[in-house]
Unconditional design. Sequence first.
Length: 419
Amino acid sequence: MSIDILLGLQWGDEGKGKIVDAISPGYDIIARFQGGPNAGHSLEFNNVKHVLHLIPSGIFHPEKINIIGNGVVIDPAVFKKEIEALGPPVSELIKRLIISSRASLILPGHRILDAAYEQSKGCSKIGSTLKGIGPAYTDKVARNGLRVGEILRNDFRELYDSRLKGHLSILRNYDLAFDLKEYEAGWFEGIEMLKKFNILNTEYLINDLVSKGKKLLAEGAQGTMLDVDFGSYPFVTSSNTISAGACTGLGISPKSIGNVFGIFKAYCTRVGSGPFPTELNDQTGTLLRDLGHEFGSTTGRPRRCGWLDLPALKYAIMINGVTRLFMTKSDVMSGFDNVKICTSYLSSGKECLEIPFDNSPVEPVYATLPGWKTDITGIREFAKLPENLKNYIKFIEGQTGIPVTMVSVGPDREETIYR
């Protein structure tokens, strides 16, 4: 099979960007299949940190083709800033990056609607990044959206004005102050930047390249537990973050898929509202946040931290068809005398392994394992890892039935162990 999928198995922020960057040399094409600028993928190499929001994480490899697929929603203003911050000249990036004509646009009105909807929820806020993602996907499904290919039309401004009129009509029902014109200026500058890139029917390109033997890595955003169907609804994102989303987000057949790489942290984090059974609202949770620098790449918000949740991890493995596990942030766990793993839940006094569809509260049941009080960032061979860390990994493999074939021991692309 010529197509592999890489995605997160938790609530996002698992370190997908670093891993995509690290394994990109084995692929010809890196393609992003869903999400928008609410996703922040952090990469670090040569002591420099890069944060990507829309652009695939293979962009720093000059010989690779990077594709933003039809399942992505694009904010032109964010796209322009991201392109300009990358480092290589635009003329060089144009050779590496192709954009689907069918990808949806995030309009200025979508950002304002996002803020209005979130404000109206009061204490029931979802924790939106306020980037306009949800309203953009809403318009897409309601068949009111604009797509990237339409920016090349002569009547694009008329199309834009008609959508803006509809957004302003809705906003009359909300008490929200906003400055549309200020954001519009940057947005239309972004449109001009988008026009410089190749805008193609990428589903044809992808399938043609794959038929010729090229290898593609499909890169997901957010995490499985934020999937709009299978996540902790309504505290989710607005797209399908699971492996099936790669098929609809890129225009590929399920029979083309080979491996599904599932990334998870050695512990758990979550940004925003929603259930989090293993959350630690104590000094341990604060320590995990500080050691792991757990602050959102996109928003800067502090992440909620807790122990690894195996029922949630096994659920994500099941619905994604994961074939290999990649574990990140194991270095952050160094320094604890003991570490815990949630193996099941208690619901109404009874043990259960299923995640409640309605977010009913559950109490985690923990297994306690000895920690590894050793700096592991300089280790590059699995055999040289502390015995207690190897036992931690073996415990996870025994519980899930899936091998952990990669262990990240630091943020740099070189701080990675392959098995």
